[in-house]
Each structure stands twice: as structure tokens, then as C-alpha cells.
Design a protein around this ligand. Structure first.
Ligand code: CTP
Length: 401
């Protein structure tokens, strides 16, 4: 169950060229399981049609004429009442001004007035309009009343000007929607550190020793923790993945840097999903190792074991109330995982068999067995890494209750 499953999202579209991007937002929300009710203003219809939204949401998209239709006076009340969140993206300066002043002269603004749910707005307007004192005052009033304003971004505007006014991208709006829905979740008020990715140990100026970890499971855990309302610090080795919106990200390369980053933070729980190096080159060549000098003999030394270091410092749970590890194994999965659970002093460990083609590194799915410090075990079936992350986060929140 994603945080968006069966959530009623009321999506308001106003008259900006960015309206075309909102079809992608409506589509992403729908794919994530949300029930998306779209309301277009008259001006929005100049840029995009209700049919576009109906096609991606499989639900009716509403326009001003519906205010006087069969459902008449109750339509706006019904839409407003059942919404979990009202998102207006793009939101023009005109609609911002109306919302700030309680003006309700179209279906969208009258619904906004009737809605009791949180309001999230993504402004979009041309050069200078965002900075105009009237717009800034209106936004300040809306924020004072609890509205969340996301963006606008800097960049090229439709007029050819460059400045603040572009609607932020649909993927980012989606991240902010998740945060808004997660507020007050099971991990509200808790801080979680998640590590992700395969560390890189430098050999010479062009070469590193690394591993096949994609970072997907760690990133999914960071997102699941955010969905549960946590403050999340994501400590990540290079992955090429987009960071979840709302996570504070610390980028590292080596196991040593990851250890330093982990030790520089305090949190309620630490989830070590990273594939940190066990070995690193004993010395780093200052210059590129040349082929003409023959095949090099590379001497390795132990890289710091982050979980072991943390567990030695976490006496009496003084540092973290919960520590979770992962065991990536190609043989004797449960025996090896059990050994790591003990030696690394973990609350639980997620064991995954990397020898199977549908689980472990570099795939979208995982088959994880959770082994707990009290000897119990939970075998999860094959599922997406996001679903596995939700299960793990449920256990973490239980440990922090
Ligand atoms: N880990 C760590 N520091 C390292 C290596 C691993 O904290 N230098 C953590 C991983 O993030 C994971 C757990 O230890 O949560 C187990 O990692 P894994 O690679 O499966 O085991 P290792 O302890 O490295 O042992 P081995 O590689 O011999 O299986």
C-alpha cells in the first residue's frame, strides 16, 4: 500500500502554459493509486482539455459549467469534503490572489473555500509577477493560514525572460504531495538515517573498486520513512538515482566517508542498506597506473565496518533506539544473516539472496527475510523494493513506539 493508495487528491489547474505538465502529475498520482479529481478553470481550458485529464485519471474532470449542472450547489462541497489534499498546480498569480482573499468566483476557488484539507500550491507565472509585492503578500497570507507553497523554480519563462516563475517539475510536486500526506504518520517526530549505494574505494585518479549495488532499496527505504512522516537523512554512495524529495542528502564515496557521515549525525534509527566496501586499496596511487608498467599487484586492507563501529558506540541504545542491517548473501543466507545480526548487534536484519535473478542487486524487486534479535523470523514474498521498504519501516516504527 503506497501512501497514495486510495487517497482523494483534488488537483486544480489554472491558466498557465505549465498546465500541460500537470497531465503528467495527474498520471503519476493515478499510477501510484490515488483517486484524482481534476478541476480546470476557464483559463486552464485554453491550455489543456478536461479530456486529457479524464484520459489519464479515468475519472471525470470538472469545469465551471459543472457548478450549475446536475449536482449543482453540492458539487464543490462534496469535492472539498472528500479530498485528502488540494493541490493547485499550476497556480497563477490571479488564483493565488483569489485564495488569499477568499474570493470564490469559479468551481476551483469555491471548492478551495469549502475544503477542509491541507492546501498545496505550485505557483507558475511570468517574469516579475512572482516578485510583485501583491503576489508576495498574498502568498504570505496563504502560508500563514497553513498552505504549503512549492516553487516556483528559476529558469526560462514563456515570455523569454529568465527568473523565478516556472512551475516545479511534476516529480518534485509528487514528492511534496507525499510529504503532505505523511505528516502526522507513524514516524512523525522521529529521525531516521538511511545509507544507500555501493561505496567506491579509490585505486588511482581514474579507477575505483566498487560493487553492483544500485542503491534502489536504500532510496526506497528513505522514501518509505518520509511517507511515514520521519525526518530523513540519506547518506548515499554514488548511484545516479534521484533523491527523494524531503530527505536531507549527504553524498559520500568511500566506506570511510560513509562512517564519518553516519557518526556526524544523531537519529532514532539507523538503517544500513548500503553495500559498503569490506576492503580498500592500502595505498592510493597519485598518478594513473600505466599499462606499460605491467600488471599491478594491489594490496588491500580492511575498510571500516560501519555497523560494528556504531554498535560499539551504541551501548544501552544511547545513540540509536533501533539499528537495522542488510545481509547480501549468495550462499547459506539465513546462517550468515543470523551471524551478522549478532556480531553487529542489530535489532533486525533483512537477508536477501543475491544469487537469484529477481532479487538483490540491480533489479526492481526483492525477496527478503527479516530476522529479529528475539529469534523470530518473517519471510516476505517477492515484492517491489518499495513494498519491502514499507514493511521494514513498519517494523522500525514498532521498535520506536
Ligand atoms: N556494512 C557496514 N560496513 C561495511 C560493510 C558492511 O556497516 N564496511 C553493513 C552493511 O551495510 C549491511 C551489513 O553490514 O547492513 C552486512 O553487510 P554484508 O556486506 O552483507 O556483510 P559483511 O559484514 O560485509 O560481511 P561479508 O561481506 O563477509 O558477508
Amino acid at each position: 500500500m503506497s501512501i497514495l493508495s486510495d487517497k482523494h487528491i483534488l488537483l486544480g489547474i489554472t491558466g498557465s502554459i505549465a498546465a500541460y505538465k500537470s497531465a503528467e502529475l495527474a498520471s503519476k498520482l493515478t499510477q501510484a493509486g490515488a483517486l484524482v479529481d481534476v478541476i480546470l478553470t476557464d483559463a486552464a481550458k485554453n491550455f489543456i482539455t478536461p479530456l486529457t485529464f479524464q484520459s489519464v485519471t479515468s475519472r471525470r474532470a470538472y469545469v465551471d459549467a459543472d457548478l450549475w449542472g446536475a449536482e449543482a450547489h453540492v458539487l464543490h462541497v462534496n469535492l472539498g469534503k472528500r479530498a485528502d489534499l488540494l493541490v493547485i498546480a499550476p497556480c497563477t498569480a490571479n488564483t493565488i490572489a483569489k485564495l488569499a482573499n477568499g474570493i470564490s468566483d469559479n468551481l476551483l476557488t469555491i471548492t478551495a473555500l469549502a475544503a477542509a484539507c491541507p492546501l498545496l500550491i505550485a505557483p507558475a507565472m511570468d517574469g516579475g509577477m512572482f516578485d510583485a509585492p501583491a503576489t508576495q503578500e498574498n502568498l504570505a497570507r496563504l502560508k500563514n493560514r497553513g498552505a504549503t507553497v512549492i516553487g516556483p523554480a528559476q529558469g526560462h519563462l514563456a515570455s523569454g525572460l529568465v527568473g523565478a516563475g516556472r512551475m516545479i517539475e511534476p516529480s518534485e510536486i509528487l514528492g511534496h504531495i507525499r510529504i503532505a500526506l505523511g505528516l502526522g504518520g507513524k514516524l512523525a517526530g522521529r529521525k531516521i538515517i538511511v545509507t544507500a549505494g555501493g561505496t567506491q574505494e579509490v585505486l588511482d585518479p581514474v579507477r575505483v573498486i566498487t560493487n553492483h549495488s544500485s542503491g534502489r532499496q536504500g532510496y526506497a527505504l528513505a522514501q518509505a520513512a518520509l511517507d511515514a512522516g520521519a525526518e530523513v537523512c540519506l547518506i548515499t554512495a554514488p548511484t545516479g538515482l534521484t533523491s527523494p524529495i524531503g530527505a536531507r542528502v549527504i553524498k559520500v564515496n568511500s566506506a570511510e566517508e560513509m562512517l564519518d557521515a553516519v557518526l556526524s549525525e544523531s537519529a532514532d534509527a539507523l538503517i544500513m542498506a548500503a553495500a559498503a566496501a569490506d576492503f580498500r586499496p592500502k595505498s592510493i596511487a597519485k598518478d594513473k597506473i600505466k599499462k606499460r608498467d605491467g600488471i599491478p599487484q594491489i594490496e588491500l586492507e580492511a575498510a571500516p565496518d560501519i555497523l560494528k563501529t556504531v554498535s560499539s558506540l551504541n551501548v544501552g541504545k544511547s545513540r540509536y533506539r533501533a539499528v537495522v542491517g542488510f545481509a547480501a548473501e549468495s550462499q547459506d543466507l539465513l546462517e550468515n544473516a543470523r551471524e551478522k545480526l549478532k556480531s553487529k548487534n542489530l535489532d533486525f536484519i533483512a537477508a536477501n539472496d543475491i544469487s537469484s535473478s529477481d532479487a538483490g542487486f540491480a533489479v526492481e524487486t526483492n525477496r527478503v527475510t527479516l530476522l529479529f534479535e528475539n529469534g523470530t523470523k518473517e519471510s516476505l514474498p517477492l515484492m517491489s523494493k518499495s513494498e519491502a521498504a514499507e514493511k521494514i519501516i513498519e517494523h522500525v516504527s514498532r521498535l520506536l513506539e
